[in-house]
Design a protein around this ligand. Sequence first.
Ligand code: SAH
Length: 254
Amino acid sequence: MVHIVGAGPGDPELITVKGHRLLSEADVVIYAGSLVNEEILKFCKPEAEIYNSAQMMLEEIIHVIVLAEKAGKTTVRLHTGDPSIYGAMQEQLDALEARGIEFDITPGVSSFLAAAAALKQEYTLPGVTQTVIITRRGGRTPVPDSESLKKLAQHQTTMCIFLSINLLAEIKRDLMSAGFKSSTPVAVVYKASWPGEEKIIRGRLDSIVDQVKEANIDRTALIIIGHCLDNKGNYQPSKLYSPKFGHMFRQAIF
Ligand code: SAH
């Protein structure tokens, strides 16, 4: 049996209870060493065989799994954050399916959620935006034209930009040409949730490129943009906790 598991964003305590159990029971563990915090491997059995997929190609990963299956062993494939977000997971699932190998998936806490926690921020403020766009800027992996940053930015939602910290100057240009003002607040979160390593840079579109350069951040970072980051108090209070609105679980009192 193969378990695909989201390891969470970095803090070893942010793996799910189920992910932790599967990891602690696994005979074979293949982890995404470029991003998974190796501290999490302390949850593995001492005799577990551990592979770092950063040095492997798809065929090698599948080969390790096939051998484990033949030997009746349990494998955990450990992805960073949640495996469904930029996890190169689908090609692995398809390869397993093609070989008739059974698997299941345990989700993880994605880094864009750990970034919100680090910023102590809600992304979906009533009256400001009710939408979060998760995207990246095109680089070696192309992004379809219909999803260019310029087009997405026209909606002025909260945007969480992955895998693109080295393209921040281009991002700034795209967003400004899409109508975001130079004063739009931006935050960059480096290694969200990693104990002792997390860094938060808060700025505006016209200042963030220099701030990030100064902080020497060039990887493992998310760019968060949008008016949800504006000074507190720019939103409407929710209906959920308002005394004027009743719902299924509570009556209105006015
Ligand atoms: N599946 C992962 C994303 C993998 S893509 C998830 O759900 O989070 C790798 C990119 O994710 C990095 O380039 C960076 O943009 C972002 N990332 C991953 N972990 C991060 C963290 N702890 N803090 C900030 N960004 C992170």
